[in-house]
Design a protein around this ligand. Structure first.
Ligand code: AMP
Length: 470
């Protein structure tokens, strides 16, 4: 990257002086990419996190656009009061002697005092959504006249459940002329918001996030904890002689456990984690590198800097919490233009995290069935009924039965099941009677038993053919 200096931008004197005072030598990547466009009044969507210099990336253009005239011209929304304070402080140091009044508006402070301050007139507001809404409802902030809107850490806003508040605020900003939106990650909801809030935005990325996404095939298999071993067995069985696999788990303990389980199944593997002595680690790595070990189970930390060209398969036995970690992991395969595949095991509750990973890096990670078992091979583990995965948040499993409204009513069906299976009534949930089929919710603790009973008895002289609805 060619480095440029702040001087080249011909910044307003106050700001230029302030930057000189701060001793900043050159703009950061995100500043280089965002500031020229934001200064022109264009919308900017930036992928950046704390430490990238993002605050100044929106702060400098906002300060330049505002005049000290006691009418609010810009509002910056932050997810936490700490961040709001930090952002306001940085704005203060960046404006130097310009004289803008920059106020923070967040919850937990004296409302009356804040109202008085706002009524005197402020040029820039930095606040958290809840209090901003509160003050606007009380008539101390007129959102309708504010031209510049900045949303900082949009993904955290989303995680903290502030999105409805943000939408409320944006809707009130009828004269909004410019929107600057920053986020470290881009889950679907943030992408949607970007689409909705901005017009022909410039997209910029900070350097530290410019991770190269390898072009390899990526898949996910929906399995709960209980069936991960089964899914792994299917992938291992699909490997050829030349293939090598790197399996990631999120904890050291899991590395050990998985290593032992593979061992018990007669699958040769090596394990690597941070608690092992350095010389032992090196020996293991040598064996993986020279191909005498085909499968390596590791944590992220242990695999850092691991540079092995022959890896064809990466398995996320545990899905990583951070989107970047995923990209680093899968980057271990498909080296030097070789083909590679990455497999991730995701439980029902992790599908959202998978979407977030895929959206952040614009990757496609389809959820697919586990590979078929090649002829003549044995399953590594049996596929188990995983009630945790099938059940809803109340622990209920939906079972389909083949009677409809002609032969059954909610009451007759529920009474019959309770009586036949001798289960307490609370074990049976919602029943919905259809034309020719019905569904019955059964608590997961009783589900397999109830299904067995339903299979073996007849209801009104008919077999119910019970089946789990997943
Ligand atoms: P941020 O990512 O906005 O939280 O900024 C991280 C830190 O870098 C803050 O302490 C900023 O004051 C500082 N900073 C931002 N831009 C620059 C720059 N161009 N040169 C030196 N420091 C900077």
């Amino acid at each position: 990257m060619t480095s440029i200096s702040f001087n080249e931008w011909d910044l307003e004197k106050h700001v230029a002086d302030a930057i000189g005072q701060l001793g900043w030598e050159e703009p950061t990547q995100i500043q280089v990419e965002a500031i020229p466009f934001a200064r022109k009044g264009m919308d900017v969507v930036g992928q950046a996190r704390t430490g990238s210099g993002k605050t100044a990336a929106f702060g400098i253009p906002i300060i330049e656009s505002c005049e000290p005239n006691s009418s609010t011209q810009a509002i910056v929304l932050c997810p936490t009061r700490e961040l709001a304070v930090q952002v306001a402080e940085e704005f203060q140091s960046l404006q130097g002697k310009k004289g803008l009044s920059i106020e923070t508006v967040y919850g937990g402070t004296d409302i009356e005092k804040q109202a008085k301050l706002l009524d005197k007139g402020v040029d820039v507001i930095v606040g958290t959504p809840g209090r901003v809404i509160d003050m606007s409802k009380r008539g101390h902030i007129d959102l309708s006249k504010i031209g510049i809107f900045c949303l900082d850490e949009a993904d955290r806003m989303l995680d903290m459940g502030f999105f409805p508040d943000v939408l409320w605020i944006v809707e009130k900003m009828g004269e909004r002329e410019q929107t600057l939106l920053f986020s470290a990650t881009f889950p679907q909801e943030v992408l949607d918001a970007t689409e909705e809030f901005t017009e022909d935005p410039i997209h910029v990325m900070s350097e530290d996030l410019e991770v190269e996404v390898p072009e390899i095939d990526q898949f996910a298999i929906k399995v709960g904890r209980l069936n991960k071993m089964w899914a792994l067995g299917r992938i291992v069985a699909s490997m050829t002689e030349k293939d090598q696999m790197l399996i990631f788990t999120n904890t050291k303990r899991m590395v050990d456990m998985l290593g032992e389980r593979l061992d018990r199944q007669g699958v040769d593997s090596a394990s690597l984690h941070g608690d092992m002595a350095q010389n032992k680690r090196e020996k293991i790595l040598d064996k993986f590198r020279d191909g005498s070990k085909k499968i390596l189970v590791a944590t992220d930390v242990a695999a850092r800097g691991l540079d092995v060209d022959g890896i064809t398969h990466v398995v996320n036995y545990d899905l990583p919490d951070e989107t970047e970690v995923y990209v680093h992991r899968i980057g271990r395969t498909g080296r030097m233009g070789r083909s590679g595949q990455a497999w991730s095991f995701v439980s029902g509750s992790e599908i959202g995290q998978l979407d977030k990973i895929a959206n952040t890096w614009a990757m496609s990670i389809p959820v697919v069935e586990a590979p078929d078992l090649p002829k003549g091979t044995k399953e590594m583990a049996r596929l188990k009924e995983d009630w945790d995965e099938i059940s809803d948040s109340f622990g209920m499993v939906t079972v389909r039965v083949s009677v409809g409204k002609r032969d059954a009513s909610k009451l007759s069906l529920s009474d019959w099941i309770v009586k036949q299976a001798r289960v307490p009534e609370v074990a049976i949930g919602e029943i919905s009677i259809g034309d020719s089929e019905s569904t019955v919710e059964v608590h997961m603790k009783k589900a397999s038993y109830v299904i067995d009973v339903l299979k073996s008895r007849e209801f009104e002289g008919r077999s119910l053919e019970p089946a789990i609805v997943s």
